[in-house]
Ligand binder design. Sequence first.
Ligand SMILES: Cc1cc2nc3c(=O)[nH]c(=O)nc-3n(C[C@H](O)[C@H](O)[C@H](O)COP(=O)(O)O)c2cc1C
Length: 378
Amino acid sequence: MSALFQPLTLRGVTLKNRIAVSPMSQYRAKNGYANAWHLVHLGRFAIGGAGLVFAEATAVEDRGRRTHGDLGLWEDGQIEPLLPVTEFIAAENAVPSIQLGHAGRKASERRPWHGETPVTEEDEAARGEAPWQAIAPSALPYADGWPDPTEMSEADIDGVIRAFGQAARRSAEAGFKVIEVYAGHGFLVHQFLSPIANRRTDKWGGDAAGRRRFAVEVARSIRANWPDGLPLLFRLSATDWVDGGIEVEDTVETARALAAEGVDMIDCTTGGIGGRDRPQRMKLEQGFQVPFAEQVRREAGIPTMAVGFLWDSSVCNAAIADGQADMIALARELLDDPNWPLHAAAQLGADEAHAMWPPESGWWLMKRARLVEKLGLR
Ligand SMILES: Cc1cc2nc3c(=O)[nH]c(=O)nc-3n(C[C@H](O)[C@H](O)[C@H](O)COP(=O)(O)O)c2cc1C
């Protein structure tokens, strides 16, 4: 069996293969509440054969939403509409997972197709969506033209750490089996980790250990509210791609610190911290972030997930077979083809006669393939 289709066990959860649906914000929630869109959007990936299906970045506080359309788990009422989603994914033999996050200084942003710029009174007039005040480790805006966030007080920091724990408790009640903390792409936990966004001089900033403290406390808060038998992942931006920012060596240290708090895997992305400098060193090519997953895995001794610009099944398989990563995550490729895992299985010789497909479609595809072959039609 190809490496990509070997099962993987993390704590008490066994994934049928190494393919994750990377979290993808849909901006479709109302007041953080899920609806039928989320069921259909995520359900099609479970039908399509992914082992791990992540729901999008889900806010642990309402002011921690990036946009008005973000999902949330900051109140108990938000649990119930997620139940059909997790039940469906689990019934299709995939593992329902959720990404918990807080946007920090990237909060109060317009949806991508409304400009990906700060929300203003214009949005209130057009859509009834008012701007709100963002918080961050330091009062530094995300980028030029963005409002200054409020520097977080001790009470703010304590409140957000506790909110992560409460959202973890709600995640378990909603039926999720894996949590990933969104600690990359310039969101709040990343803002604490990166010297580009964190200029604090108290115990939450300063040296690397100080900047890491918030992430460690978030992991502790989640572990205190999340069953021992269920895995906890962190998505880290392995590098900020800018001088003076996070380097992969810092990320190896962060991964070690998180592993000591019961974190089971690091999802290795890069970039997104914002600030005044554009990423100077980033070079896009297929699998360009895989080397970060490999280095963190090797040097921190923790399982990793590789993500970003991956689409070729043999490249994904090789990343697992060669020990560069334990899982791969796909986002845009799955939007294009939600059945990518099933097609990859056929390409890699892991699925004979559409046996991995749900029989409602696999049966007919198997029959058609035989007929077409018999008649020599392709
Ligand atoms: C529509 C869309 C929404 C996204 N939302 C999130 C998100 O909520 N959380 C996150 O960590 N990354 C998010 N991302 C980034 C993806 O998870 C992924 O890391 C990135 O797209 C690179 O993978 P790809 O080349 O396979 O698309 C999003 C990407 C897309 C395309």
